[in-house]
Design a binder for this molecule. Structure first.
Ligand code: ACO
Length: 428
């Protein structure tokens, strides 16, 4: 018999199966516990709860390891392209040359968005945050393909997955164009995925925009680094919404909303704001860290992670890349020196060492985006662009899993016990 855990509650002992993953991670399966004992488990923030079995991404937070489908993130960042990595994340294997060419062509076919969507931008205030616009417009794609939205129909799903990955850069770039009052620039299908986003953001009808190869490569690498990260807040949102058999666009729209928060994808924007504030006030790294330690409401943004208790491997790639990109495009920024100084002081400071707080992916990514000319409120939009294949892969994996059920956690109720309704006139 396979290994079991024993839970003793009063006079009763419950046997719970132990599952083991391919990298040796072990879990106690409590799915039958309530039926057997009437007990639930309580785990605020799901910090120690596995919500599914997944074969997409492996993270070892203690050792700082991240692999998509078994391939180390460092190798993918160096050797792969974003669309190839997307194929890998979605399908489980690296594509052959013919499979990659077909996938790239399929994505290219769908880059235009319906002109009705174009008119929807006008409904938003000019100052609308692009994450709100992108989330709304991704959700609105469901209105255009109402007869092809069945999440259990492989043909519908195949088509919508390609549409979503293809149209997202156009939707995102146009959110930026709208916010600055510039005319929308249509996609060019002779450009690569990263180049096309930059073209749609920075070209205009009067002028072409020559995409610097170092900039296109940097954006492509940033997208690869963000492509998946197992059961994080936005991916869990994607799965939870999809678990009710809601369509792909509704699920992705909700995931974008979850990503927007400053404790998740919004941290890259928060990091640049923090570094800019430090530069403006002329603070040293030490002075800012003291402020973080003294004020429970101030955090060192871009530091700490629920899973990584070591250097985030994505931050390591980005740290190496940042100076290279700046040099290639002939830029410099004081924010990089401030970030490096903050990191150095934090990594030898007792407070951060004891809590095992290291730079995460957001610590350096904003500096690269800013050097490229991406406005701060678009940083998290780029995170969403990168994460889309991961969200979709999880959504597909969930639907293919015979054990999948609608997501519905329980709770321990702590409110008032039953009491009679009081008439308004008798309430004190
Ligand atoms: N600065 C200062 N202290 C911190 C930080 C930080 N960045 N992060 C955690 N801590 C402290 C907490 O105050 C807490 O201290 P305590 O034990 O004395 O109360 C301890 O470290 C543990 O922190 P939690 O908030 O319990 O850790 P949790 O796993 O819930 O949160 C999170 C992780 C949200 C990422 C947190 O580290 C944080 O807020 N970081 C800053 C925001 C950020 O960079 N987010 C991006 C995450 S990566 C991503 O989503 C792509």
């Amino acid at each position: 018999m396979s290994e079991v855990a024993k839970l003793v509650v009063g006079e009763n002992t419950y046997e719970l199966p132990i599952l083991e993953g391919s990298e040796g991670e072990r879990a106690i399966d409590i799915s039958k516990l309530r039926a057997q004992s009437g007990l639930i488990t309580l785990d605020p923030g799901f910090a120690n709860t596995g919500s599914c079995q997944s074969s997409i991404t492996f993270i070892n937070g203690e050792e700082g390891i991240l692999r998509y489908r078994g391939y180390p993130i460092e190798e993918l960042a160096e050797k792969s392209s974003f669309l190839e990595t997307s194929y890998l994340v979605l399908n489980g294997e690296l594509p052959t040359a013919a499979e990659l060419a077909r996938f790239e062509e399929e994505i290219t076919l769908h880059t235009l968005i319906h002109e009705d969507v174009r008119h929807m931008y006008q409904a938003f205030p000019l100052k609308a945050h692009p994450m709100a616009v992108v989330s709304a417009l991704v959700g609105s794609l469901a209105t255009l393909y109402q007869d092809e939205l069945d999440p259990l129909n492989p043909e519908h799903v195949q088509l919508q997955v390609r549409r979503l990955i293809a149209k997202l850069p156009t939707i995102c770039a146009w959110a930026y164009k709208y916010s600055v009052g510039h005319p929308f620039v249509y996609p060019r299908n002779d450009l690569g995925y990263a180049e096309n986003i930059l073209h749609m953001m920075f070209a205009n009808p009067a002028e072409t925009y020559e995409v610097h190869p170092a900039v296109a490569k940097a954006i492509d690498t940033l997208l690869i680094l963000h492509a998946d990260h197992e059961q994080n807040c936005s991916t869990s949102t994607m799965r939870l919404v999809g678990s009710s058999h809601s369509n792909l666009f509704a699920s992705a729209s909700a995931a974008i909303g979850a990503l927007w928060g400053p404790l998740h994808g919004g941290a890259n924007q928060a990091v640049i704001e923090m570094l800019t504030e430090i530069a403006a006030e002329g603070l040293s790294g030490r002075e800012y860290l003291d402020r973080v330690k003294d004020d429970p409401n101030t955090r060192l943004m871009g530091f700490g992670h629920r899973v990584y208790k070591n250097y985030d491997p994505r931050a390591k790639v980005l740290k190496g890349m940042t100076r290279e990109v700046l040099e290639a495009i002939g830029q410099s920024t004081p924010l990089l020196d401030i970030a490096m100084q903050l990191e150095e002081v934090a990594l030898s400071d007792d407070y951060f060492v004891k809590r095992r707080l290291y730079p995460n992916v957001d610590f350096y990514s904003g500096i690269i985006y800013q050097a490229i000319g991406i406005p701060v409120n678009m940083f998290t939009v780029f995170f969403a662009l990168g994460r889309m294949p991961g969200w979709i892969a999880h959504w597909l994996e969930m639907h293919a899993d015979p054990a999948a059920r609608i997501g519905r956690p329980r709770q321990i109720y702590t409110g008032a016990t039953q009491r009679p309704y009081q008439d308004l006139s008798s309430r004190g």
